[in-house]
Design a protein around this ligand. Structure first.
Ligand code: GLC
Ligand code: CA
Length: 544
C-alpha cells in the first residue's frame, strides 16, 4: 500500500469508556491504571489506537461529558501522571491514543462558567445569555422554544442576573459562545496541551453544533426543536476549517467528529472540505423500528453511505448506543453467531472501524431491575416522564432503558470471578448476569469464540490490504443479507453476511479458485448452497 495512506485509514480503533473498563483500586469505578494493565490485551486483539472517552475533571452530571477542567484528570480515574503513563505505555506497544474533545459546552462547575455568572465578568461572554420573554399573560418564558437533546427547554434561568443561558444538553452543561474569539483561543490551547502530551488526535464531541450562528433568527421564530438553526451551519464549518488549518493539520492530529443529525452531503462537506478527517454519522443506527425492520435499515443505510462518502467511520456500538447483538442480532438463540456476523460487517466494510469495549466478546444489553440502578441522566428524565404519564414502574423502566444509555455502559466482563473481574469492590453499575459464560478469560481460550473471531478478522485486515484500502462495490442487499466485494490491484475479497434468523440460499456462487479466508461457522456446518442463520464468510480471489 502506498505510504501516502494515513495511519487512520489502516487502523482499527477501540473505544474505552473508562468508568466501566477496569477498576484497579477497588472503588468500583474503572480508571487509568485499569486501562494501562490491559494494554497487552488490547495489543493482542490487534487494535492500533484507543479512543478514550473523557477523563477530565468532571462533576459527572453526564459522566465526563461535562468538563470542569480540560487540563486536569478526574481523581476517580487517576492523575495527569497516570495519563502520561498511559500515553507512553500505549506508544511502546504501537498503540495511539485519541481523546474526547468536548467543547460544545463545559460543566457548570468550570471556572469559566462560575465567573460568567457575574454579568460584569469578562467570562460572561464565554457562554450564551439572553433575556426571557414575557408572554401576553405576563408570564416569563425562556428566550425561545429550543429544546435540549435530553428533553425539556434548552434554557436555564440564572436568578442572580435575571438572564437565561443556553444548554443543549443537561442544565449542568452550558453551551460555549463561539462568537467570542476568546473561546476559540481557549479551545486551541486545550488541543495544544494534549498534543504536547502525545495524543494522536481527537474524537470531537457533537462538533457540528458548536456555533449557534442563527440564534438571533431563532429567537424571533419558533422552532421545531432548534436543530434546524444550529446544525452544521456555515459558521461551524468556518471554525472547523480554522482549527484544521491552524492546529490539526500542522500538528498531524487525526480528527473524528461526532456529527449530530448529519446528512450524507454535509458529511462530504466536512471531510472533503478539509475540516475533519472523518465523522461519526448516525443514519444507520438511528431509528425507531421494530426488530424485524432494523436489520434491513442498518444495511440499507450503511450501503448508502458507503457508496457516496469516500471514507466512512464504521461503528455499530458506542457509549450512547445499545449493544449491537441485542439490536441487530439474536442474543437468545444465536449470540455468538450474530456477534461474529456483525463483526464481519464492521471489519470488512470500507472505512475506519471502531470497536466499543466489550463488543469484541459479544456483550449484550444489561437489563436493570430498578430505576435506582440507572446512572444516565437521560434514563432518569425519561423514567420520570413515563411515570408522570402514569405508566407502571416496570413499563416506565422499559421505556427509559430504551431511550437512556445505561444498557451498554455496564462493566466489561473480564472473567468468571466475582463482578466479572472488573472490580474487587462494588461496581458503579451492575454487571450483566451472563458474565459467567460471556467473558474475556473464557473466550481467550476458545478458538470458536467471538473474541477469537475479532482477532482473526483484525489480523486478516493487516495481512490483506484489499480489506483496508480496496474499493468497495455492492452486488446485492436483500432484506437481511448483503454481498459486497473489495478490490485492490489483482485481489478481490468477496464478503457475504447474513443477518437473518433463517437459513438462506447462498446468493453468490463462489468457484473453487476463491479461497475462503474466514467464516463464522465451522466447516461441518458450511454448505455451498445454504447459509446458516447469521452466517458470514469472506473469500479472496486473485485475478490475472
Ligand atoms: C455526545 C456524547 C454523549 C454526551 C453528549 C453531550 O453525544 O457522546 O455521551 O452525552 O455528547 O456531551
Ligand atoms: Ca478505580
Amino acid at each position: 500500500m502506498p505510504q501516502t495512506v494515513p495511519w487512520w485509514k489502516r487502523a482499527v480503533i477501540y473505544q474505552v469508556y473508562p468508568r466501566s473498563f477496569l477498576d484497579s483500586n477497588g472503588d468500583g469505578v474503572g480508571d487509568l491504571q485499569g486501562v494501562i494493565s490491559k494494554l497487552d490485551y488490547l495489543k493482542s486483539l490487534g487494535v492500533d489506537a484507543l479512543w478514550l472517552s473523557p477523563v477530565y475533571l468532571s462533576p459527572n452530571k453526564d459522566f465526563g461529558y461535562d468538563v470542569a477542567d480540560y487540563q486536569a484528570i478526574n481523581p476517580e480515574f487517576g492523575t495527569l501522571d497516570d495519563m502520561k503513563q498511559l500515553i507512553n505505555e500505549a506508544k511502546i506497544r504501537g498503540i495511539r491514543l485519541i481523546i474526547d474533545l468536548v467543547v460544545n459546552h463545559t460543566s457548570d462547575q468550570h471556572e469559566w462558567f462560575q465567573k460568567a455568572r457575574d454579568p460584569t465578568s469578562p467570562y460572561r461572554d464565554y457562554y450564551i445569555w439572553r433575556k426571557g420573554k414575557v408572554s401576553l399573560t405576563g408570564r416569563e418564558k425562556p428566550p425561545n422554544n429550543w429544546t435540549s437533546f435530553f428533553t425539556g427547554p434548552a434554557w436555564e434561568k440564572d436568578a442572580a442576573s435575571d438572564e437565561y443561558y443556553l444548554h443543549l444538553f443537561t442544565k449542568h452543561q452550558p453551551d460555549l459562545n463561539y462568537d467570542n474569539p476568546a473561546v476559540f483561543e481557549e479551545v486551541k490551547k486545550i488541543i495544544n496541551f494534549w498534543l504536547d502530551l502525545g495524543v494522536s488526535g481527537f474524537r470531537c464531541d457533537v462538533i457540528n453544533i458548536i456555533h449557534k450562528d442563527s440564534l438571533e433568527d431563532g429567537l424571533k421564530r419558533p422552532a421545531a426543536g432548534g436543530q434546524e438553526y444550529y446544525t452544521s451551519t456555515p459558521a461551524t464549518h468556518a471554525i472547523l476549517k480554522r482549527l484544521h488549518d491552524e492546529i490539526f493539520a500542522p500538528r498531524n492530529a487525526f480528527t473524528v467528529g461526532e456529527a449530530a443529525f448529519v446528512t450524507l452531503d454535509q458529511a462530504i462537506d466536512f471531510t472533503e472540505g478539509d475540516e475533519l478527517d472523518t465523522v461519526f454519522s448516525f443514519d444507520h443506527v438511528e431509528h425507531d423500528l421494530t426488530p424485524r425492520l432494523r436489520v434491513n435499515h442498518l444495511l440499507q443505510e450503511l450501503v448508502r453511505w458507503q457508496r457516496k462518502l469516500p471514507w466512512n467511520t464504521i461503528f455499530l456500538e458506542n457509549h450512547d448506543q445499545p449493544r449491537s447483538v441485542s439490536t441487530y442480532g439474536d442474543e437468545n438463540k444465536h449470540p455468538t453467531e450474530s456477534a461474529k456476523a456483525l463483526a464481519m460487517l464492521l471489519l470488512t466494510l470500507r472505512g475506519t472501524p471502531f470497536i466499543y469495549q466489550g463488543q469484541e466478546i459479544g456483550m449484550v444489553n444489561t437489563p436493570l431491575d430498578d430505576i435506582s440502578q440507572a446512572k444516565d441522566p437521560v434514563t432518569h428524565t425519561t423514567y420520570r416522564r413515563a411515570r408522570r404519564a402514569l405508566f407502571p414502574k416496570r413499563k416506565a423502566l422499559k421505556i427509559a432503558m430504551a431511550v437512556g444509555r445505561d444498557a451498554a455502559r455496564t462493566p466489561v466482563q473480564w472473567s468468571s470471578a466475582i463482578h466479572a473481574g472488573f472490580s474487587s469492590g462494588t461496581p458503579w453499575m451492575p454487571v450483566h448476569p451472563n458474565y459467567a459464560h460471556t467473558n474475556v478469560e473464557l473466550q481467550e481460550r476458545d478458538p470458536g469464540s467471538v473474541l477469537s473471531f475479532y482477532k482473526a478478522l483484525i489480523a486478516l485486515r493487516k495481512k490483506h490490504p484489499v480489506l483496508t484500502n480496496g474499493n468497495i462495490s455492492f452486488s446485492s442487499v436483500h432484506k437481511h443479507l448483503i454481498v459486497y466485494t473489495r478490490t485492490l490491484g489483482i485481489e478481490t475479497a468477496t464478503v457475504i453476511v447474513s443477518l437473518s434468523i433463517r437459513r438462506r440460499p447462498v446468493p453468490k456462487n463462489m468457484t473453487p479458485d476463491d479461497k475462503l479466508l474466514l467464516a463464522t461457522h465451522h466447516e461441518e456446518l458450511r454448505s455451498d448452497t445454504i447459509l446458516q442463520p447469521y452466517e458470514a464468510r469472506v473469500y479472496l480471489t486473485k485475478g490475472q
